[in-house]
Design a protein around this ligand. Structure first.
Ligand code: FPP
Length: 241
């Protein structure tokens, strides 16, 4: 069989793909290892998927790397995940630059421990001139946190007389989200068989196509990514019309 990469229509690509990377723990357990081993291998899938997206000219790739709810995991796992995330970001900065990839982050970044936030901001700054793929990491992110924040900020603007209640419309809400400079995703992928959204980009996915695969995140490779895009291209999008 030919590769999905060869049969996807490069003139009809989603410009933004979001991924809920799930199944690291289950994948590791199936191999007889601990959960951290799954996260470590998940990094390889992040690299593969980023490369796959850049190769065909996807504009935005958003990865759900750490949710607000993930703070409630055992401290040892939270620490290991944070270290892995930040170490990876730091190590991969030259490769991101070489491939013209710009790093962005969404979420409550003030909650990141120690110098994690500083290292993250450094990578964001060092890649900010790149105009190829934008790799958006959702870190300490949840939609309800994001929407609640937007509501608070809009209320403040009304109280300060900067806008009127009747000025509030869906564009204004979008502009108060952490994704304000990013178009809504056309495709959202979730790995590992669960078919739910888990507090990810709830506002932004109003018209997004959802794609679920049984493949665990550490086993997800370029071909799985291209298959999701191919499947997306077979669907008819009507936007409620
Ligand atoms: C879900 O698997 C995965 C996560 C909570 C974290 C994802 C993190 C990585 C892939 C690490 C590297 C990321 C970057 C961006 C460098 P799970 O632990 O919920 O698995 P389970 O559902 O099988 O328990």
């Amino acid at each position: 069989m030919s590769s999905f990469k060869e049969i996807i229509d490069l003139n009809n690509l989603p410009q933004h793909i979001a991924i809920i990377m799930d199944g690291n723990g289950r994948w590791a357990k199936e191999q007889g290892y601990d959960r951290i081993f799954g996260h470590q291998n998940g990094v390889i899938s992040v690299r593969e998927t980023t490369e796959a997206a850049a190769e065909i000219g996807i504009k935005y790739l958003t990865l759900y790397a750490f949710s607000t709810e993930n703070w409630s995991r055992p401290q040892s796992e939270v620490d290991a995940l944070m270290e892995l995330l930040i170490d990876t970001i730091e190590k991969e900065t030259p490769t991101l630059n070489k491939n013209n990839v710009r790093l962005m982050a969404i979420g409550d970044l003030t909650r990141l421990p120690g110098n994690a936030g500083v290292k993250l901001q450094r990578c964001i700054l060092e890649t900010s001139q790149n105009d190829g793929l934008a790799l958006v990491l959702a870190l300490s992110y949840s939609s309800r946190w994001e929407i609640t924040n937007a509501v608070k900020n809009i209320c403040k603007e009304v109280i300060e007389g900067k806008c009127n209640i009747d000025d509030i419309n869906s564009e204004m809400v979008s502009n108060h989200l952490t994704t304000k400079s990013i178009p809504d995703p056309e495709l959202m992928i979730r790995t590992s068989g669960e078919e739910r959204i888990s507090n990810f980009l709830l506002w932004q996915i109003a018209y997004t196509e959802l794609y679920f695969t049984q493949t665990h995140w550490p086993a997800f490779r370029k071909e799985n990514f291209y298959e999701a895009i191919y499947e997306f291209q077979q669907r008819e999008r009507r936007f409620g019309k």
